[in-house]
Ligand binder design. Sequence first.
Ligand code: ADP
Ligand code: ASP
Ligand code: MG
Length: 407
Amino acid sequence: MPRIVQKYGGTSVGDVERIKKVAERIKSTRDSGNELVVVVSARAGVTNELIARAKAVSPHPSERELDQLLAVGEQETCALTAMALHGLGVEAVSYTGAQAGIFTDKVHTKAKIKTINAAPIEKDLKAGRVVIVAGFQGINEDGHVTTFGRGASDLSAIALAAALKADRCEVYTDVDGVYTADPRVVKNARKLEEISYDEMLELASSGSKVMMSRSVEFAKKYNVVFEVRSSFNYNPGTIVKEEVAYMEKVVVRGVAVDKDQAKVIVSNILDKPGSAARVFRALADANVNVDMIVQNVGRHGIANLTFTVPQGDSHKAVKTLEPVLDEIGGGQVAIHEHVAKLSVVGVGMKTHSGVAATLFQTLADAGINIELISTSEIKISIVIDLDRADEAARLAHDAFHLESLGS
Ligand code: ADP
Ligand code: ASP
Ligand code: MG
């Protein structure tokens, strides 16, 4: 029997009616003769509500307790989905991440999956049951509940598809697939038929919320081909898979905006070997994810370092760096939160030049100032003013003719 892993995101299971609809879709997949493991997210908005409640009780809640709390959102939909399936006469069982054998490291709120013990799920599948797994969570070796970071039910699905050697993995969401830009911001964005792991990874890590970036990394590593599609219709979605030669014909595949960015400026530090290492070692030890980094040319032995972090980490970054400043020359550290990162992505950039020039000219013509620039082989990212970010995305989308080019 073909084995399918499906994942339903927050809007897809947003209320009782939606959960019943999802149960019908699961039943029809099951009735077509497939083994089925389903990962569900919390109802849309629930994780945010739980975070707000935690903060109302304690401004800086313990990360261990936060995980314990946030895991509940997925557990609710998971049990409800199993119940809805029972109502349709389908044998189903729901599991928390821990019960599903998903073991992680000890980093609370952004844990990494270490191993999956697939035996319990295998047993249920053999017995003909549909298995519903609460996304976004696992358990560490000390028996504590962990979560994987926002949007990470995607990761649960991809990891289970790899561990269970699924024949298909389908990620159901509230749009028809992966578009050339967020279709809610860029009205003429176009749905892609397929996209390479690398492009999807760059878009995801640049703010395209449609897939969580670590899930794409995992899919690439274990070669899990997956389809992103809508749970609200039966339209074909977007296939995410290994790069194939013809993909390079398209220079820019998509545009992404990340508004969850803060710029951290460490100024007046000693321009000598070891200063940058000290700064980024401290940040790494505190589990702060640093993205774009720029160091200006030192003058009179003094330099400035600027980098971006997710907004949620910006205060942690400052707290981490303050005690280190004395060791590197006694400079200052400041945060600017009113910024956004705009990225253009495409494997075709490996073989075509001029993308940066077109992007920079387009923004210059609109009077949008570029604060930081970074590039990879297949991506150009810039930091700009938050208020101009959506406009910049639309301008870049038009400049590269994404409404009409490519797959
Ligand atoms: P889910 O709850 O199903 O995981 P998300 O809200 O995390 O769904 O992701 C889907 C959303 O991602 C869409 O509603 C859309 O607004 C946004 N999005 C951002 N960039 C893109 C893109 N390039 N293609 C499709 N959707 C995108
Ligand atoms: N419920 C979690 C979140 O909102 C995980 C997910 O939906 O994928 O981030
Ligand atoms: Mg999501």
